[in-house]
Structure formats: C-alpha cells, structure tokens
Design a protein around this ligand. Sequence first.
Ligand code: NDP
Length: 338
Amino acid sequence: NKGVILKQFVTGVPTEDDLELVTAVVRLAVPPGSASVMVKNLYVSCDPYMRNRMSEHNEASYIEQFVPGEVLATFSVGRVVASGHPNFKSGDLVWGMSGCEEYTLITDPESLFKINHPELPLSYYTGVLGMPGLTAYAGFFDVSKPKKGDYVFVSSASGAVGQLVGQLAKITGCYVVGSAGSDEKVNLLKTKFGFDDAFNYKKEEDLNAALKRCFPRGIDIYFENVGGAMLAAVLPNMRMNGRIAVCGMISQYNLEQPNGAPNLFCLVAKRIRMEGFMVLDYFGTYNKFEEEIAGYLKEGKITVVEDVAEGIENVSAALIGLFSGRNIGKQLVTIARE
Ligand code: NDP
C-alpha cells in the first residue's frame, strides 16, 4: 500500500522534502468484529486547507494537525473492497475523508457518502460534487444571500470552489467578476465559466484600480478565497450592506505572521456583513446539494475544469502546486482506474 506521509511539520511554503512516499503492507480486509470499511482510493483530492494541518501550531485551526510519520488524510473517491458495516458492501462507490494512499481502512464509515450519480465522472466527487462544491454552494447561497442583479466578485476564481461560485452567481442572475493568477485562467473564466469579466491580479499594479474598473458601482458580494492584499483592496469597493463570505485566505497559509487586514473600518461605514463559514457544518445538507448540482451538470448549465495528476507518486507535487497556482481548476490525483 503506497501512501504519502508528512515527514515533518512545515514552516513556510511546503516542499517535496516535507512529504514522502512510503510503502506498507496492508490486508485487504476489515479486522474481525469491527464495523470498518476498507476503501480502494480511485481519486484523491488536493486541497489548500491541508496546509493548515501541516503546521505544528495553528491557533486558527478547526481540525487536528497531521501527525509526522502518518499518511495524510484527504477526501477521496473510492470503491469499498471489504466491509464490516451493515450500510456498505463490497463494490459500493463512496466519497469522504480517507487517505493519500492506495487503500484506506475507514474506521468511521458513517462519515462516508454514497455516490448517487455514478453516471457522472467519478472524479467530480472530489470537486464540484464533493467538498469544494458544497463549499461554493453553501458559501454563496447561505452566507452571501445573493439577489438577482447583485455585483459579485470571486477571488481564486478558476479554482475548485471559485469556478462553481461564479457559475452559481450567473444562474442566479448576478453580474460576476473573477480574479486569477494567469492569463490562461482569466481566459477560462470569461470563455468557459461565463464570468462577465475577469482580471489577472498578478499583472495589476493597483488592485483597487482594477476593482474600480470592473465594478464602477461597487461590489455587493465578495466571495473571499485569498485574503491579504486582495481583501484590503476589496473593502473600500464594497457597496452599502454588502456581504463578504469568508471561505479561505490562501495568501496567508504559508506565512508565520499574517500580513494584516487594513481597511476593516469599511465594515462599519458601509454596514458590511463579513462572515466566515466552514463546509463541515453543511454536510447534513449534502443530498439536496448533490441532486441540484448533478441536475445542472446533466443539463450542461455547469462546466467543470479539473487538473488531474496521475499516480500516487505525483500527490506531493500536486498538493504543493496549489500554493504557486500551478493547478488549473480542481486539483486531484488519479490513484487507480476502476
Ligand atoms: P483552488 O483550486 O482555488 O487552488 C488554489 C489556488 O489559490 C491556486 O491555484 C492559486 O490560484 C491561488 N493562490 C495560491 N497562492 C495564492 C496567494 N498567495 N495569493 C492569491 N492566490 C493564491 O483551491 P480551492 O478552490 O480548493 O480553495 C479555494 C479557497 O477556499 C481556499 O482558500 C481554501 O482554503 C478555501 N476553502 C474553504 C473551505 C471552508 O469550509 N471554508 C472549504 C474548501 C476550501 P491563482 O493562480 O488564481 O493565484
């Protein structure tokens, strides 16, 4: 059983030296009398929050740190190969918290979701039909409370979460602009995902001016994925009674000292509601979300771009690549063909 372990706690940007591919022997069975499930991982997900689990200390953490020497936990799509649990049988397709390895013994199988639409690409359950998709859906509809005609700005807009937020905003009748870190990504936003406008934040000398150009009348909803300088530039461009759904702040994850949050007084002056949220709190609503998004996918109302790496040996590079923007779309790794 090949798997990727954390070699040591990480400071700064993670590198390949922090992770290691190891091989262990595994019995493809569940321990006698246990209600566990053995899953063969087909696709594993690479997600920015995993960086937070690699730090030794993280005051803002909501989830346990990884343990050096142990295989990294991650969301996966897999097939049950052995089960001691009455709700699962060999052959079932599932997604949920698993490991960056070929086979994982899931000791709490009730945390797994059955895959109800195997006619759609299974890899979608790491992205648009999985945790990032639910994040986009919950953060946009429940936290941002969009209305038709709202002006919506999404950062890291071509990524797993951002690409769905933008498309949900268009379905809702909003005006949507996205930012991303390359011209290729900007082009995707405009041509593939239907954003009304987009800009490459790395090429803008003045983010405030870029936002003023895209939103001469201001922003009603900011879907925050990056934090730092972008958040500082967004705040003065918000409209009265605007909403900021704070999904993530990837620009801060590799910093020992977060680089501040100027302009916060705009929250007061403009009566802005800025609210953080966590996808874990929405897992109970998953089935409704899955049905709605599967419907949009089948009708062709939602498009998906994935960045698929091949093989367990490429997990480390794929994961690290998230922090330089190497991925174009949802980053996942194929571990096995079915
Ligand atoms: P993405 O697919 O968007 O991949 C990460 C992207 O972040 C990179 O491709 C890069 O895009 C951008 N990025 C990397 N470093 C920086 C930086 N220093 N400054 C600005 N942008 C940077 O990831 P996801 O869609 O999976 O996640 C998006 C956000 O959502 C993250 O902040 C994540 O932590 C958060 N999240 C929150 C959840 C919750 O429950 N609240 C659940 C899931 C995700 P580019 O080339 O455009 O710079």
